[in-house]
Design a protein around this ligand. Structure first.
Ligand code: ADP
Length: 200
């Protein structure tokens, strides 16, 4: 039996950082963002559907998705965002579970599902364990501003648009506290890997 470990967190809470550490430790990872990019590759069904809804302008001259254009169209328009989700989420979901099935066929003991919207999209119900990467609100704000070059107001708006990190934390089986140094996070991830390997 393959154990499915959901990994999530808030925007800029350190989910990618932890996911990379788990990958370095040898755990197989299914990365939802990577899967989404794969689903939206040039010539894909997904891109055809997006062009039909949002216009050819969302396809760049080289055939790739024009993410910036699409982002502008949906950012302040909940109806457009809803349409985008209705088209994309089922395609991404299928591709994610296909990737998990491939790992299962290989007989791996653990597979990590790295999904930013794990709870919002209900993936947690199919996970055997959920790991949430937590940081304090002030750290989240500072790291988001630093990483994305956002103003304080822009960063706050993006954080406010998400399910609160405290809510995610309350629903976690394991919490990685990423409020401290990278070394402190590294130690917690090493412990998690040891626990996972010890219980198989
Ligand atoms: P997420 O994937 O959750 O959006 P990232 O892993 O990209 O978050 O981390 C957000 C930002 O914070 C990145 O710039 C990353 O380098 C930085 N960061 C992550 N963890 C730490 C840490 N423990 N100490 C300092 N900076 C960190």
């Amino acid at each position: 039996m393959t154990r499915i470990i959901g990994l999530t967190g808030g925007i800029a809470s350190g989910k990618s950082t932890v996911s990379n550490l788990l990958r370095q430790a040898g755990l197989p990872i299914v990365d939802a963002d990577q899967v989404a990019r794969q689903v939206q590759r040039p010539g894909s069904v997904a891109l055809d559907k997006l062009a039909a809804i949002f216009g050819q302008g969302v396809i760049a001259p080289d055939g790739n998705l024009n993410r910036q254009r699409l982002g502008q169209l949906v950012f302040a328009d909940p109806t457009a965002r809803h349409k985008l989700d209705r088209v994309m989420q089922p395609l991404i979901r299928d591709a994610i579970w296909q990737a998990v099935a491939n790992f299962k066929r290989q007989g791996v003991a653990n597979v990590v599902l790295d999904v930013p919207l794990l709870f919002e999209e209900g993936y947690d119900t199919d996970c055997d364990m959920v790991v949430v990467v937590w940081v304090s609100p002030i750290t989240e704000l500072c790291r988001l501003m630093a990483r994305n070059g956002y103003s304080k107001a822009a960063a706050q708006a993006r954080i406010a648009a998400q399910l609160p990190l405290s809510t995610k934390m309350a629903r976690a089986d394991v919490v990685i506290n990423n409020d401290g140094s990278l070394e402190q996070t590294r130690r917690q991830v090493a412990q998690l890997v040891e626990d996972l390997q010890g219980t198989r």
